[in-house]
Design a binder for this molecule. Structure first.
Ligand code: MD3
Ligand code: FE
Length: 219
């Protein structure tokens, strides 16, 4: 290939800058791009010990998103409800350790968004395939709503739904791309949010999947 025509290794040109979603929530465009190789190595290390799996909801559905966790606490769902647990129900063993690169990125991104001193103890890793979606919900299983949540998107693009404090509030549609980081907390911590069904727009590195991981203070 001629020089200059593959500056980005097949990826789209990196975006930067920030998109303000709310008073205390922001999309940091491309913030994770410099760390992608380390982050994907971390995802591989985690999923080698705790593979992605489709969990059941208390309402009797099976999630279209597959998930796993790392860190001290992991989020789970089954017919009995949603909760955080120290033990992976599939292996009966503790969740894998949180990769160093995840913790570092979470601290830096949280500080850049106005939440210094963030120290996550839980990381929920979601894997989307074409058609996977996440219906509008609040993240309410964490003990302390004062800590923010940091979300990292890798692979195929998605459209986030960013709603209000009530399920019926109109939700904004916000596209998110490979390498984007979303931080939200404070007055925005309990806003409804979700992800539209994914289109099949294969990513050069990850193919027909999107991986999102969220770093949280759950305990
Ligand atoms: C919070 N994950 O795992 S995180 C979840 O892409 C979850 O897998 C999504 O929601 C995912 O619980 C989205 C990013 C996000 C986006 C918009 C929000 C979080 C938000 C709006 C309000 C509050
Ligand atoms: Fe959520």
């Amino acid at each position: 290939m001629a020089p200059n025509l593959d500056l980005f290794g097949g990826d789209a040109p990196p975006q930067q800058g920030r998109l303000v979603l709310g008073a205390q929530s922001v999309v940091l465009r491309g913030y994770a791009l410099p760390m992608v190789a380390d982050l994907l190595a971390g995802v591989d290390a985690v999923t080698a010990q705790a593979p992605f799996r489709h969990m059941d909801t208390p309402g009797g559905y099976t999630m279209s998103v597959a998930l796993t966790n790392c860190g001290e606490l992991g989020w789970t769902t089954d017919a009995r409800g949603y909760r955080y647990s120290r033990i992976d129900p599939l292996s009966d063993r503790p969740w894998p350790a949180m990769p160093e690169a995840f913790g570092q990125l979470a601290r830096d991104a949280a500080a850049a968004a106005g939440f210094p001193g963030f120290s996550p103890d839980a990381c929920l890793v979601n894997r989307y395939e074409p058609g996977s979606r996440l219906s509008l919900h609040q993240d309410k299983n964490e003990r302390d709503y004062n800590a923010p949540i940091v979300s990292v998107s890798l692979g195929m693009p998605a459209i986030f739904l960013f709603g209000g404090d009530n399920r019926a509030d109109k939700a904004a549609r916000v596209p998110v791309f490979h390498g984007d980081v979303v931080v939200w907390g404070g007055v925005d911590r309990l806003r409804y949010h979700g992800v539209m069904p994914l289109k099949d727009l294969p990513h050069p590195r990850l193919g027909s999947q999107r991986i999102n991981f969220t770093l949280r203070k759950a305990g």
